[in-house]
Ligand binder design. Sequence first.
Ligand code: SAH
Length: 462
Amino acid sequence: MKHFPIFLAVEGHRIVLSGGGDAAMAKLRLLMKTEAQLTVIAAEISGDIRKWAAQGKLRFVERAMEPGDAAGAALFYAANEDDAEDARVAAIAHAEGALVNIVDNLADSQFITPAIVDRDPVTVAIGTEGAAPVLARAIKADLEERLPTSLGVLARIGKTFRHAVDILPMGRKRRDFWTSFYFGAGPKALDAGEAAVIPALETLLDTHVMATDKQGSVDLVGAGPGDPELLTLKARNALDKADVVIHDRLVTGEILELARREAIIIDAGKEGFGKAMLQSDIDALIVRHALDGHHVVRLKAGDPTVFGRLDEEIEAIEAHDIPYRVIPGITAASAAVANIGQSLTKRHRNSAVRLITGHDTKGYADHDWKALAAPGEVAAIYMGKKSARFIQGRLLMHGADPSTPVTIIENVSRADQRIIATTLVEMEPTMTQADLKGPAITFYGLAPRDAQARAENLREFA
Ligand code: SAH
């Protein structure tokens, strides 16, 4: 770090700028946001400097800079867009003890002005040490979009309420209070106008004070395959009472809609800038919210006991003696098989069904391929998109009938559900060609009922 970012107290202090052209105007627009005493010194000016002077926003001295002009200034900007003149005025200001910036001259500047996102009193300063101004602008634009304009208003009102929050123990409890204010209750209240913010703070504080004495708990809830009507009543009731909902990537928006309005919703499967959250981070998150006295709903796609890493979460919860329940859900295999009119098991066909995963944490998952290759076997393959060719190869190698039916069902129970009927030998490239975007489950040994009936008819007439 060649430049160290700080926030300089400028209220009531002098900032002097030499120059009256475009570069000067650009800096002035920024500097006028501060509570500093601004002085502009320029023999020639364009733009609005005279108007701003008349409005009392700055003091304007209409001549070239002279020694003494920067006396007592905290900061000095040389913005003449003329190297020789900038060097001359910078030398004067430097001698008079001001920190000097020469616009567009990094090497001779003592400080640089960052790109600023202004949500006063919240300000974000972005600097690249002159290396990549374009990048700084892109980051600024991104943050401008992300940080609600209301943030500044909330921070200002929040500041007046700080003393009331002393009632909460220091540390996490207070941080949680402010997090739910800035990202939940605050913006919501502001929709109804600034006057609604203090009452919202009071209500929120009440809930947090009460929650400190409350025993937290965790419900590990199956959200089913996506259709909200496939939720259990128990799952609905849990969502209705949730303080915090921590959900997987596959849980649909329609289901999250059912959570209590005041609940904090956390996406633990978010794949924003980097990877999805680590399992250990998710465990810690669940525990933290429960220890804070919250009713946590850990919402998992399908059934939490099927490829859901449930045991790791239970171990973390038990380690802290937090009470918990497991609320089952409809697993993808059950919902999918219902939609192709088949059973998972069937007399004289298969008396057992396997739920297998295409890959595990170590890569492609191995299974008893020989047993699976026998006639009549049925397996539901979860997470089987990438491993389709591997599974196909293993089964064929172990003597499975190439014409064994295979059915791929994408987005089970959702509006965009797709059913793709194929056979083992065609499983790839069919899978790749299908260009699956949503979650998909593959049935080995099952065809959709109508397709199967058609095949049987054809055989009869042949
Ligand atoms: N606990 C979940 C499974 C989690 S593993 C359950 O019981 O269903 C994730 C895999 O589940 C996905 O890769 C996919 O194979 C399957 N899956 C989950 N939801 C699905 C859906 N709506 N449609 C198709 N497959 C789904």
